[in-house]
Design a binder for this molecule. Structure first.
Ligand code: GDP
Length: 617
């Protein structure tokens, strides 16, 4: 670590705040990150920015330089700012570290031309749920008609350069978005007019293309966090570390990308992370949680890696041949202090779960206690599995996103029961687990997959077995898809039932109209009540409801028809309902005087029996 990472001026030992970027697709999250990261590297200023694994680290010195024009002469007490690299994904934003949100603050990006969009609202709900502080980046100001570019300028300076028309449009759009936030129950205000920070959320107008407002955004993030979160940001030696991603990297095998929130990690540390065992005994409802290392013993950190900044790669390339220190673009470290994004290589990380905590076993620690602590993270999600064993199968990229999805599905929200969970891409094994439900309840033979990939094999198997897989990047889109599917199933069932439905009718056999006594019975009948239809099962109520068969065809005046209404006199052909049984015969099983009726046999038999019973008593 570099010396300026330790904030000597303040006397306070603060760690860097951790920030994530959220917002609707295309709002400019990636571009914004590129902008705050890229400009400096290209221009060679304070080239200390290191693109970490899963996060970008901006040292205080860099922030000072970039905010110089704001004349804040930023009194920075924090060593820098760590921005989570994968913007937009709830998977990262919703991560926790020992109970509290992993991110100290979020940037909610809103496209100035669009205002609040569905994913913005979803992000907002997540922020509310986690109680996470955030600022709003009102991005793409350069798209206001007639905007004059003021590259990387503070926003007030840039606004002064704009025409009255641009300023007018800017204000109109600002009012619109403030109203929209109000509709979501939040007060917002331009950051430099905001007198009630903490109660009113700050809006920073930005352009990720030309950089206006970026200095303001950086300064606001740092000043706001160090002012209001001193306790939270005070560096502690107690390790706090969260797994972001589990990745196979050539030359390293399975690695985990982590965010070290507090504490110091060393090469050779004994680590324990939570893993999902996928053994054959893994029952759908009891995903077994264990330590990542197969034997249940802690793994040993082989290497601690930091990703190299672009400008460092050339130098390292030449070093590579001299000492085998580097593979790819990672630099090995003996120890790394929080807050940082780090790649760890160790044995037995294959089943590690993204989103759970990583623990280090100290010399005086009890391994069993630590193992229990690693499993704590999974307990909350495991408890959401429906006791009845019936429900859909849900899958998400990290524990954080899985929690968000489960929260959405819970009984007090949309109420979709869950029978199984998994984290990571959808594999064949997941489809097999989900398919168990097909027999119990067809609609639950479904996988709701949030922000994950589906392997080709899994997709093929799902098609074969009839397991439905719904995928989405927005949680409530999953719900919409599932609901549409259920509604469709219901409609189909109704249709089937309609085809099965019996229309009640009472028929009277007309004198001299027994055209055929059996195989098939053909009779002339008078429809006394209701409607006789093709398919209607017919019985003789006077004779204990003997079923004589179903109407196979109807003729009215020698013309075939589908049905005959009350008052019509028609010829009907009756065939046996059950081909195994011998058909009932006119003259033996029923007579001229008998009335014929439609049949919902079981019910009528029951009724008949009850009538008899009543007579006895
Ligand atoms: P994300 O989906 O939120 O990560 O959005 P991107 O960063 O990929 O941006 C979406 C599109 O908007 C891209 O074409 C960007 O070039 C463009 N864009 C992003 N920020 C700005 C901005 O500030 N101004 C303008 N004019 N375009 C932008």
């Amino acid at each position: 670590l570099k010396s300026d990472d330790t904030p000597v001026q303040s006397g306070q030992n603060l760690r860097s705040p951790i920030c994530c970027i959220m917002g609707h697709v295309d709002a400019g999250k990636t571009k914004l990150l590129d902008c705050i990261r890229g400009t400096n590297v290209q221009e060679g200023e304070a080239g200390e920015i290191t693109q970490q694994i899963g996060a970008t680290y901006f040292p205080a010195q860099n922030i000072r330089e970039r905010t110089r024009e704001l004349k804040a002469d930023a009194k920075l007490n924090v060593p820098g700012l760590l921005v989570i690299d994968t913007p937009g994904h709830e998977s990262f934003t919703n991560l926790r570290s020992r109970g509290s949100g992993l991110c100290d603050i979020a940037i909610l990006v809103v496209d100035i031309m669009h205002g609040l969009e569905p994913q913005t609202i979803e992000s907002l709900n997540l922020l509310k749920m986690r109680n996470t502080e955030f600022i709003v980046a009102r991005n793409k100001v350069d798209r206001l008609y007639g905007w004059k570019t003021c590259k990387n300028a503070p926003i007030t300076k840039a606004m002064k350069q704009q025409s009255k028309d641009v300023q007018f449009e800017f204000n109109t759009r600002l009012t619109q978005v403030v109203t929209q936030f109000k509709e979501q129950g939040l007060n917002t205000e331009l950051y430099y007019k905001n007198k009630e920070m903490g109660e009113t959320f700050s809006i920073v107008p930005t352009s990720a293309i030309s950089g206006e407002g970026i200095p303001d955004m950086l300064l606001l993030l740092v000043q706001w966090t160090q002012k209001t979160m001193i306790k939270r940001l005070t560096f502690s030696n107690e390790m706090q570390c969260t797994v972001l991603e589990v990745k196979v990297i050539e030359g390293y095998g399975t690695t985990i990308d982590v965010v070290l929130v507090n504490g110091v990690l060393h090469e050779g540390d004994q680590i324990v992370v939570c893993g999902l065992q996928v053994g054959s005994n893994c029952d759908l409802n009891q995903s077994i949680v264990n330590t990542a290392s197969d034997e249940g013993a802690p793994s040993q950190v082989t290497w601690l890696l930091l990703e190299l900044a672009l400008h460092e790669i050339d130098i390292v390339e030449s070093l590579k041949t001299i000492a085998q220190l580097v593979i790819g673009t990672y630099l090995h470290h003996k120890e790394i202090k929080a807050a940082q994004g780090i790649k760890i290589t160790a044995q037995g990380l294959e089943h590690a779960i993204a989103g759970t905590s990583l623990y280090v076993v100290g010399p005086h620690d009890d391994l069993e206690d630590i193992k229990e602590a690693t499993m704590e993270d999974m307990k909350s999600v495991m408890s959401r599995i429906d006791k009845s064993g019936e429900g859909v199968y849900v899958q998400a990229s990290t524990l954080g996103s899985l929690e968000a999805l489960l929260e959405f599905l819970k009984p007090s929200a949309v109420n979709i029961p869950v029978s199984g969970i998994s984290i990571g891409p959808v594999h064949k094994k997941d489809v097999i687990k989900a398919s168990v439900m097909l027999e119990k309840k067809k609609e639950y033979g479904t996988i709701l997959a949030f922000d994950v990939k589906i392997t080709q094999e899994a997709r093929e198997l799902a098609d074969e077995l009839g397991v439905k897989i719904f995928i989405a990047d927005i949680i409530y889109h999953l719900f919409d898809q599932f609901k549409a599917y259920i509604d469709n199933l219901k409609k189909e069932k109704k249709k089937e039932a309609a085809e099965e439905a019996v229309f009640p009718c009472v028929l009277k056999i007309m004198p001299n109209c027994v055209f055929n006594k059996k195989d098939p019975i053909v009779l002339g009948v008078d429809v006394l009540e209701g409607t006789a239809k093709i398919g209607t099962p017919i019985c003789v109520p006077q004779r204990e409801f003997i079923e004589i068969g179903r109407i196979a065809s109807i003729e009215n005046n020698h013309k075939p028809v589908d049905s005959a209404k009350k008052g019509q006199k028609v010829a009907i052909k009756i065939i046996g309902s059950n081909s195994d049984e011998r058909q009932k015969m006119f003259g033996r099983h029923f007579e001229m005087e008998d009335e014929l009726e439609d049949l919902s046999v079981e019910e009528k038999r029951l009724l008949f029996k009850m009538k008899k019973l009543f007579k006895i008593f």
